[in-house]
Design a protein around this ligand. Structure first.
Ligand code: HAM
Length: 419
């Protein structure tokens, strides 16, 4: 039996890693500048944590979680996203005691049992950012600025920022009732899931991917018309800040974002270069969640970027050349092999990237390997060279060769290779 990965799960191979490293490095650099600190939470949590926060009626909780019972009969789930876990950790570790707004980020795998397709996997990775304690809208603008700066720094192009407000617990019930009334009038056109959602959690109909449902929703009531005064001011002030920051956006009143915990600001960054799964990043405000989970009554906002989608776009758009080693040591004969092992150890201690063959063949084969590895220089050493007291150093670009005295060779090589 040949074992392979299970459906929707994939290996990230060494040749893809430069893209992953680049995305992570840009994110980490930017988070430092914006004052975000890293947090890592477990991938496994109590199922209830996700059910209560993301919502029973969402696709994520009702269909997509990897859930199982442990030996004691407790229901556990692999995290489908990071926000719920970070809020749990924030409360459990009393991070709210620290002064000022708390800014946290995490990078790691998430799990959703969705139908795999281009850009959609069952294990995928997110770069996730959360900002606690600030009610906005200045922090909303700053978080969106961070998101836009991040995708641009990574090198993504052809992007749109989509913005919406889904109101608060004061004004949303009015919208929900109105929407419910409308959904009754188009009930026959809705899929069975949406017919159920229309009763239990009407806003979730906007997440439906079924074309007939999308059509039926074209004439649905518009959320922005239902915002209370505070939500309207919040939204308009945010728009004003974004315009001041020179950030273009489009308003889409159906952007309700598939998770129940959001209120007020919701946003997504979409790429025109992706197919159906065009969201590279999504986020929003969730002011009631910390209190709902037993923490203080503090507002919060955040977003998550899907790394697979970003890496896919990057790898289609550019080639990252993997840097070869600084030096390849080609050896002939046992004595030279032994010397080379010692030199390599000392050179690596100095930070020089050295490669050598553990079971070297002929010189030609070793030179070919050095070439394939993209080595900058090759040091050639055999019995003759050891007797002469001089090895040969070849520059792989210019093909120029020079002798290097074996006495003090490591120091000389360090000088040449790490000037
Ligand atoms: P989300 O929109 O569910 O939000 O996911 C964020 C991003 O993760 C998506 O825009 C997409 O790029 C990526 N993503 C989601 N599902 C998959 C999948 N199956 N395969 C590949 N990529 C995927 C959240 O998860 C929220 N927790 C974001 C947030 C943080 N809101 C506030 N704070």
């Amino acid at each position: 039996m040949v074992y392979t990965t299970i459906k929707g799960f994939r290996d990230i191979l060494p040749k893809e890693m430069p893209f992953w490293e680049r995305v992570e490095a840009e994110a980490r650099g930017l988070f430092k500048v914006f004052g975000f600190k890293e947090i890592r939470t477990p991938v496994l949590e109590r199922t209830e944590l996700f059910a209560r926060t993301i919502g029973q009626d969402t696709d994520i909780v009702s269909k997509e979680m990897y859930t199982f019972q442990d030996a004691k009969g407790r229901s556990l789930s692999l995290r489908p996203e990071a926000t719920a876990s970070i809020v749990r950790a924030y409360i459990q570790n009393r991070l709210y005691h620290e002064s000022g707004s708390q800014k946290l980020f995490t990078i790691g795998p998430m799990f959703r049992h969705e139908r795999p397709q281009k850009g959609r996997f069952r294990q995928f990775h997110q770069i996730n950012v959360e900002l606690f304690k600030d009610p906005g809208p200045r922090s909303d603008a700053d978080i969106i600025l961070l998101a836009m700066t991040l995708v641009k720094r990574i090198g993504l192009k052809e992007l749109s920022l989509i913005l919406n407000s889904i109101g608060c617990k004061e004004c949303r019930p009015r919208f929900r009732d109105n929407l419910k009334g409308y959904l009754v009038s188009v009930r026959d056109q809705l899929c069975s899931d949406c017919q159920r959602r229309a009763e239990t959690n009407p806003l979730r109909v906007f997440d439906c991917k079924v074309e007939a449902c999308k059509d039926a929703l074209k004439e649905a009531p518009k959320i922005l018309e239902f915002l209370c005064e505070d939500c309207r001011i919040h939204f308009n002030t945010l728009r004003d800040y974004l315009e001041t920051l020179g950030i273009d956006y489009l308003i889409d009143q159906s952007l309700v974002r598939g998770l129940d915990y959001y209120n007020r600001t919701t946003f997504e960054i979409q790429s025109h270069a992706l197919g159906a799964q065009n969201a590279v990043l999504g986020g929003g405000r969730y002011d009631g969640l910390i209190k709902q989970l037993g923490g203080p009554d503090e507002p919060a906002i955040g977003f998550a970027l899907g790394m697979e989608r970003v890496v896919m776009l990057l790898s289609e758009a550019l080639e990252i050349e993997t840097d070869g080693p600084d030096l390849f040591i080609a050896t002939l004969g046992k004595e030279a092999e032994k010397e080379a092992l010692v030199w390599a150890a000392r050179l690596r201690k100095e930070g020089v990237r050295v490669e050598l063959d553990y079971s070297p063949g002929g010189l030609k084969a070793q030179m070919r390997r050095a070439d394939r590895l993209n080595a900058k220089k090759v040091l050639i050493v055999g019995e003759d060279e050891l007797q002469r007291g001089k090895a040969v150093l070849r520059d792989m670009d210019t093909k120029v060769q020079e002798d290097v005295e074996i006495t003090g060779i490591v120091e000389k090589l360090v000088q040449v290779l790490k000037p």
